[in-house]
Design a protein around this ligand. Structure first.
Ligand SMILES: Nc1ncnc2c1ncn2[C@@H]1O[C@H](COP(=O)(O)OP(=O)(O)OP(=O)(O)O)[C@@H](O)[C@H]1O
Ligand SMILES: [Mg+2]
Length: 288
C-alpha cells in the first residue's frame, strides 16, 4: 500500500499531537475533501474542551445529504465527542465547551435562539448500548411524536409507530406484542427499537455511536442493512471500531487521531489508498 504525503509535508506521526497547545490554528490541515456537494451539516474550526483538555482540535467537516459518513480512529481520539457536538449532547456534560461553527441546513445550531429539544429530534442519536425506555414497545416509539406534537390523533400516532417500526425492520417481529416492555426484546431488537424511536420524529440526521458493538454478527448484519436503506431518506454519521463495518456501510470515512481530523475521503479510497501515514498505520492495524 503506497503512502503519499500531499498536504501534510512532514509526517504527522513526527508531530507531538498529545502536547497540542490550547488553540493551534493552521498547524495541520486535514488531508482530503472536507466538503460535500450537498451538505446538511457543516462543522468549521470546531474545538471542544473538557476543562483544560483540548479534545477536538480544529475540525472541519461536512456531512452530505443521503450519505453515510463513518468516523474511525483509535480509542480516545474524539469520535464520540465530535459526534455529540452535532446535536449538542455535549451541553449536558459539565465543563465541556464547544467553539467554532456547526450548521444544520445553514443555521448555527449553537445560536442562543436554537432550541435544543427540536434540534435533537432533527438530529437524532442512537447509542452504543441500546437504551429503550422502561415502557412498552409502542410507547417507546410513540413518546417522541407525542412530545413534539407530530400526531394529529390516536390513529395518526398509531400510523407513525407502525411505519417507524417497519422502517427499522422490526415490525414483523413485534407487531403482536406492541404492549410488551421494550426492555424484554433481544439486544439487536432493542437497538432497532431505538432506531425506530429516532426515526419516529422524522429526523434529518441520525448519529450512531458504535451502534453494533453490543450485538452479535446476525443482529449487526441487520443493522448494517438497515443503515443502507435509511440512507435513502436520512443522513447518517456513524462511529465504529470495525473497519469492515465502515467499509460496508459508508460512502465517506473520516479518520480521527488525538482530537484531529487527519484524513477524510471516499470510503474506498481511505481503505485502499490512504494518503496520510497515520490513516495507513491505523487501517493496516499497525496502530490503534
Ligand atoms: N466527560 C468527559 N470529561 C473529560 N474528558 C473527557 C470526557 N469525555 C471524553 N473525554 C476525553 O476526551 C477525549 C476524547 O474522548 P471520546 O470519548 O470522544 O473518544 P472516542 O474516540 O469516542 O473513544 P472510544 O473509541 O474509546 O469511544 C479522551 O481523551 C477522553 O478522555
Ligand atoms: Mg466513543
Amino acid at each position: 500500500m503506497s503512502t503519499v504525503m500531499l498536504e501534510n509535508e512532514s509526517s504527522a506521526a513526527d508531530q507531538d499531537l498529545s502536547e497540542a497547545p490550547a488553540i493551534e490554528k493552521a498547524s495541520y490541515r486535514t488531508v482530503g475533501e472536507i466538503e460535500s456537494a450537498n451538505p446538511i451539516m457543516s462543522a468549521r474550526d470546531v474545538q471542544v474542551f473538557y476543562g483544560d483538555k483540548h479534545a477536538i482540535i480544529d475540525v472541519n467537516l461536512d456531512i452530505g445529504a443521503n450519505e453515510v459518513v463513518a468516523m474511525i480512529g483509535p480509542s480516545g481520539c474524539g469520535k464520540s465527542t465530535f459526534l455529540r457536538c452535532l446535536n449538542r449532547m455535549n451541553d449536558t456534560i459539565d465543563g465541556c465547551r464547544v467553539e467554532g461553527a456547526i450548521t444544520l441546513d445553514g443555521a448555527d445550531i449553537y445560536d442562543k435562539r436554537m432550541d435544543v429539544v427540536p434540534l435533537r429530534a432533527r438530529v437524532g442519536m442512537v447509542f452504543q448500548k441500546p437504551n429503550p425506555f422502561p415502557k412498552s414497545i409502542f410507547e417507546n416509539v410513540a413518546y417522541g411524536p407525542r412530545i413534539h406534537g407530530l400526531a394529529r390523533d390516536k390513529y395518526d400516532l398509531d400510523e407513525i409507530v407502525h411505519t417507524s417500526l417497519e422502517k427499522a425492520g422490526l415490525l414483523n417481529e413485534v407487531k403482536d406484542r406492541l404492549d410488551s416492555p421494550g426492555t424484554g426484546l433481544s439486544g439487536g431488537q432493542q437497538q432497532r427499537l431505538c432506531i425506530a424511536r429516532a426515526i419516529a420524529v422524522s429526523p434529518e440526521v441520525i448519529l450512531m455511536d458504535e451502534p453494533c458493538s453490543a450485538l452479535d454478527p446476525i443482529a449487526t448484519a441487520k443493522i448494517e442493512e438497515l443503515i443502507d436503506e435509511l440512507r435513502e431518506n436520512y443522513t447518517i454519521a456513524i462511529v465504529t471500531h470495525s473497519m469492515q463495518q465502515a467499509a460496508r456501510v459508508s460512502q465517506r470515512t473520516a479518520y480521527f487521531h488525538l482530537g484531529k481530523l487527519i484524513e477524510v475521503g471516499e470510503t474506498s479510497q481511505i481503505f485502499t489508498n490512504p494518503r496520510h501515514k497515520l490513516t495507513e498505520d491505523y487501517i493496516t492495524g499497525r496502530f490503534g
